[in-house]
Design a protein around this ligand. Sequence first.
Ligand code: B1M
Length: 220
Amino acid sequence: MSILDAIYNVVLEGKRNEVEGLVRQALEEGVSATDIIEKALRPAMDEVGMRFSKAEFFLPDLILAAEATKRAIAYLRPLLGEGGVASRQETVVIGTVQGDLHDIGKNLVVATLEGTGYRVVDLGVDVAPERFVEAVRTHKPAVVGFSALLSTTMVNIPRTIDALREAGLREGLLIAVGGAPVTQRNADEWQADIYAPDAGTAARIVNEKLAARLKNQEVL
Ligand code: B1M
């Protein structure tokens, strides 16, 4: 069995105490942090979700698997993003939208952006539109990110975008959206600037968009 399969299995079985040792072993074998996340942790959580849908797994299974994943990510955190780059000027405000308590994916996006050098203000989970508005007023970020994992809560992304628009804060702000049920088509509909299917892509597109904006400002 490969080391990635072993990590996948311990997450699926919710064996929180075994995951860290295996992640360490994978890194020693030369597997990248991104591959551990995208080829073992995320597929394991997808499988957990699938079994939950089929009533083969129940909430405690979800919680144990989530706990195992969080431990693995905490161990990998210092390795995410480019690491060691000069600190960037821009701030990113991010949160999981109102009604939604899922934060594993959002935390990965936070860790990757921080690793890339951004200052990240993480508002946590179940964040109401008015809290996003207040945070944008206070921190004046270049980017605001919304994460949603439930089809019932993803509607709170466009609601929050509307709240920012009504508060006169939308212009000049890059809006990034993501989470399992969110698609590029949704992002286009909501007139969001960035859609990313995973944390690494989110950080890469944020970098590209901000670099392009800086270039435009230099030309003007
Ligand atoms: Co829940 N849950 N859950 N859950 N859960 C899902 C999402 C579900 C698909 C499972 C299923 O039924 N198959 C289903 C949603 C169905 C739907 O709406 N379509 C579901 C449900 C129904 C529920 C409850 C309603 C269950 C209940 O109570 N009956 C309940 C809701 C609670 C609430 O939020 N109000 C609930 C609760 C929970 C737990 C608390 C037990 C736990 C969350 C623990 C936590 O996050 N702290 C949990 C878990 C763990 C899951 C699954 C199994 C795994 C989610 C996860 O962590 N994935 C999930 C099944 C699934 O997703 N396949 C499921 C791993 C993570 C790395 O991936 O979050 O997708 P992800 O993040 C990715 C990308 O999406 C992207 O980058 C990340 C990786 O690089 N990304 C962004 C994420 N945010 C981004 C933002 C960006 C850009 C990219 O820009 C800003």
